[in-house]
Design a protein around this ligand. Structure first.
Ligand SMILES: Nc1ncnc2c1ncn2[C@@H]1O[C@H](COP(=O)(O)OP(=O)(O)O)[C@@H](O)[C@H]1O
Ligand SMILES: Nc1ccn([C@@H]2O[C@H](COP(=O)(O)OP(=O)(O)O)[C@@H](O)[C@H]2O)c(=O)n1
Length: 208
């Protein structure tokens, strides 16, 4: 079974994907980390974020087994990732790695922005996870504060909106729900409530 989960920044798709992976015993790939890793490689090499040759080389050299969430989850890397994610050759290189992960025998869960539309258009179940921009900014703020770092809600809300805009309006693989995706608005759901709804959707689509 392949489960595709998409949604905007801090909607809770990663948390949901990890819990579903554990529940259904499926391997999980957070494709956001692949874009973050490319952005991180450019930042570390002191290269501009629009250098497509360097970015493509980083994408082609990516080891999916070595994605370090603790380094890549930084708020600023998310912003940088959405800049490298507009480059077609970067997307193509990562697409090959993402599809290879998805084609594992037994299936997989992938989460990102274009899983249901581009990476796995034939996925067995597609979820599009949303929440209001204000709720998502609050979740990200709480997450950063919980790490003991400083967080400015107003700035984070502005960043979240800017990233939504960039992800929804890029030419290649924009953030949009697949026609056959189940929409799951988690604005008023806690983590457990959102997970239970997702399990129900997956189980119902297995029966059909
Ligand atoms: N339904 C929810 N209610 C409240 N907080 C949530 C919910 N889902 C996720 N979170 C929290 O919000 C933050 C962002 O979630 P995450 O799964 O990383 O989102 P995404 O992968 O969409 O960026 C995390 O701190 C997570 O614990
Ligand atoms: N399948 C994907 C996943 C991420 N991305 C890009 O990578 C950025 C970071 O993704 P992420 O999922 O790690 O971000 P968060 O939602 O966790 O904040 C996004 O803003 C997108 O620009 C993408 O274009 N396609």
């Amino acid at each position: 079974m392949i489960i595709a989960i998409d949604g905007p920044a801090a909607s809770g798709k990663g948390t949901m994907a990890r819990r579903l992976a554990e529940h259904f015993k499926l391997p999980h790939l957070d494709t956001g980390l692949t874009f973050r890793a490319v952005a991180h490689a450019l930042v570390v090499a002191d290269k501009p974020l629009d250098d497509e040759d360097v970015a493509e080389a980083a994408a082609r050299g990516l080891d999916l087994g070595a994605l370090d969430r603790s380094v890549l989850s930084a708020h600023a890397i998310g912003e940088a990732a959405s800049k490298v994610a507009v480059m077609p050759r970067v997307r193509q290189a990562l697409l090959e790695a993402q599809r290879s992960f998805a084609s594992r025998p037994g299936g997989a869960i992938l989460d990102g922005r274009d899983i249901g539309t581009v990476v796995c258009p034939d996925a067995d179940v597609k979820l599009f996870v949303t929440a209001s921009a204000e709720e998502r900014a609050q979740r990200r703020t709480d997450e950063i504060l919980a790490k003991g770092e400083q967080a400015d809600y107003a700035q984070i809300l502005a960043d979240v909106k800017k990233r939504d805009e960039r992800d929804q309006n890029r030419a290649v693989a924009p953030l949009v729900p697949a026609a056959d995706a189940h929409l799951l608005d988690t604005t008023k759901l806690d983590i457990e409530g959102a997970f239970q709804q997702a399990v129900r959707i997956v189980e119902e689509s297995q029966i059909k």
